[in-house]
Design a protein around this ligand. Structure first.
Ligand code: NDP
Ligand code: HEM
Length: 499
């Protein structure tokens, strides 16, 4: 006993008995003065914070980013200079499921990184896909509602998903990726990560370049078919957590090759597609990926809640030499994440150890929940400007002016936009086996949606490639033959709604 620390209350006082509550006689009742019991129950009641509104189920680990290439001509960011080694943390996730969802589900995987750079935290909050379902953030909440539970049935609704997708042709590219082999990875060591948005790099001469970040798995890609995944979920709901945690515990550290694509600033006016449109990639032939280093995960969290659940990553966290772009989706995300963190974790969430920068921090935010950090060195300097030596701005960090033009309007993002060529390029990459699995996965995911939605969606697939539409129609016919109850226009939800 002597070598074990004495248990204390959270106030630090020793605890004499942690087995028996304080009662009047052996049979009770209990005494209100048993504050240890009250504290224990009260703490338990507060053990959960709201789960993330999206990407609630996640798995993460700490690691290192090592830069081996030289892109100093494009960026002054210290984190991207040759030889830089930066500690980081990565949280992977699925998008739609709740915190207790099974891991082996067909869904996009989140790929959210925080790099603790000497110039502040740089967060790259990406996915395992280079594109997204929508290109205007006004549609993000609507899209997410179709992925979450139906208000009446409390079930996920294929009707809602395919209704929305079939009315949103810009989703075709991402839907094709989601329904392809890569939509159901065996785990997260075998996926790529993409910053997805276009960002900017700024060099010492204060010149701007546009950039896309890619993280290519060095473990290779591995996927499950729907049938294999169903068996996995029957065996364990935590297949990804088990895989990642065990690999790192055993010293089998997963690695990703880090690449960038770089576009000179003025070329953005000349590409045949909008390079700030999140439903598009930059073709490799036009902007070849440049290898710049390796990212490795090499340390499990000691406390999942403290380090992974309370992790707060936000596209708004940039550092000198890395900037934003006009991408409308990115612009909305710059607002949305910190707002979510203040709600989900609390006002001073950035002071928690996992979120705190590993460089000095000097700001003038004042009170609020979780304010445990000390004052500025001089307590009289608690506003700005002040005469008492408080921290000041330094305009050497100003970014070059961003060229913008145009009338303020609600510009129709669908007008003149080619939603078909890039999904076609992807479809043409698939071998016959991959195409058949794509068709089968779509046919299965459509469940019992109404015929008119199915047909509207197939017409979009036709425009990507005639074989795509035909393949899905054939796969749907097979599904319906096997399950005659799927005879489309009788979708229960729709008839409920119109009754
Ligand atoms: P490339 O042939 O140069 O590149 C094809 C890319 O497709 C590779 O990066 C490959 O990733 C990726 N890929 C292969 N299978 C899948 C899949 N099932 N789901 C998602 N990605 C996959 O062609 P382009 O650059 O001209 O692009 C053609 C199409 O490839 C695009 O329309 C896009 O759909 C897709 N793609 C393009 C990317 C880009 O940045 N240009 C990035 C990712 C996808 P890997 O290297 O890991 O094998
Ligand atoms: C999580 C909003 C698009 C990747 C979240 C969260 C919000 C959000 C509110 C929860 C944050 C938290 O509680 O910590 C939005 C909005 C979007 C958008 C408003 C579009 C307008 C995207 C895109 C990507 C993405 C395009 C990827 C390219 C992620 C990831 C997480 C996340 C990976 C989980 C972060 C983590 O692991 O902590 N998003 N999102 N989101 N989002 Fe988005």
């Amino acid at each position: 006993m002597a070598d074990k620390p004495i248990m204390t209350t959270s106030g630090g006082a020793p605890i004499a008995d942690n087995q028996n509550s304080l009662s009047a006689g052996p049979r009770g009742p209990l005494l209100l003065q048993d504050y240890q019991l009250l504290e224990k129950l009260a703490h338990q009641n507060r053990e959960r914070i709201p789960e993330r509104v999206v990407h609630a189920k996640g798995w993460g680990a700490h690691g290192t980013l090592t830069i081996t290439g030289d892109i100093s001509a494009y960026t002054k960011a210290k984190v991207l200079q040759p030889g830089a080694q930066t500690p980081m943390i990565l949280r992977f996730s699925t998008v739609a499921g709740e915190a207790g969802a099974a891991d082996a589900e067909r869904d996009v995987r989140g790929f959210a990184m925080k790099f603790y750079t000497p110039e502040g935290n740089w967060d790259l909050v990406g996915n395992n896909t280079p594109v997204f379902f929508v290109r205007d953030p006004l549609k993000f909440p609507d899209f997410i509602h179709t992925q979450k539970r139906h208000p009446r049935t409390n079930l996920r609704s294929p009707t809602a998903m395919w209704d929305f997708w079939s009315l949103s042709p810009e989703s075709l590219h991402q839907v094709t990726i989601l329904m392809s082999d890569r939509g159901l990875p065996t785990d997260v060591r075998h996926i790529n990560g993409y910053g997805s948005h276009t960002f900017s790099l700024i060099n010492d001469a204060n010149e701007r370049f546009w950039v896309k970040f890619h993280f290519k798995t060095m473990q290779g890609h591995k996927h499950w078919t729907n049938e294999e995944a169903a068996q996995v979920v029957g065996r364990t709901r935590e297949s990804t957590q088990e895989d990642l945690f065990e690999a790192i515990e055993q010293g089998d550290f997963p690695k990703w090759k880090v690449q960038v694509q770089i576009m000179p600033e003025l070329e953005a006016d000349k590409t045949p597609y909008n390079p700030f449109d999140l439903t598009k990639v930059w073709p490799h032939a036009d902007y070849p990926p440049i290898d710049i280093g390796v990212m490795e995960l090499n340390r499990n969290a000691d406390n999942y809640f403290a380090e992974i659940e309370q992790l707060a990553t936000s596209p708004s966290n940039i550092v000198p030499g890395i900037g934003f772009s006009p991408d409308k989706m990115l612009q909305a995300r710059i607002f949305s994440y910190a707002d979510a963190h203040r709600h989900r974790i609390g006002t001073h969430y950035e002071a928690l150890p996992v979120n705190a920068p590993k460089c000095p921090v000097h700001h003038y935010h004042k009170d609020g929940a979780m304010r445990f950090t000390p004052n500025n060195p001089n307590p009289a300097a608690y506003y700005e400007p002040n005469s008492f030596g408080g921290p000041v701005e330094d305009n050497k960090f100003l970014e070059p002016p961003l060229r913008i033009s145009g009338d303020a309007d609600r510009w129709n993002h669908r007008e003149g936009n080619d939603d078909f060529s890039q999904p076609r390029a992807l479809f043409e990459l698939f071998d016959p086996g991959e195409r058949q699995r794509l068709f089968a996965n779509i046919a299965a995911a459509m469940g019992d949606i109404p015929d008119f939605i199915e047909e509207r969606q197939c017409k979009l697939f036709d425009q990507v490639h005639p074989d795509y539409g035909a393949g899905v129609r054939a796969a749907r016919a097979t599904v319906k033959d096997r399950n005659p109850s799927i005879s489309a226009p009788t979708d229960q939800l729709l008839s409920d709604a119109s009754a």
